[in-house]
Write a new protein. Structure first.
Length: 86
């Protein structure tokens, strides 16, 4: 099994601003150009969910299942062939 990891980075925005942005998946449409690269084939946004095709993982759908501002946003992944924790 392949493990995908990312370095922890300090954000430029405060916790409330980040929580508000992430809790509204449609608002991520604003940064579409920044997140599409050679690994993303497409991005689709709607309501509390987003789906995308990413190489080499395949199609992924994420949905917000719990939201407590500004501390918690829980996501559920589906349509994914690889186990994911978010």
């Amino acid at each position: 099994m392949t493990k995908y990891t990312n370095d922890i980075k300090t954000p430029f925005y405060n916790q409330l601003q980040i929580c508000e942005m992430l809790s509204n998946i449609i608002s991520l449409e604003k940064i579409r150009d920044k997140i599409i690269n050679n690994k993303f084939q497409y991005l689709s946004f709607g309501g509390n969910s987003s789906s995308f095709l990413i190489n080499p993982i395949g199609e992924v759908k994420i949905s917000i299942i719990k939201h407590i501002t500004p501390k918690t946003i829980k996501f559920l992944t589906s349509q994914i062939s690889t186990k994911a924790n978010m």
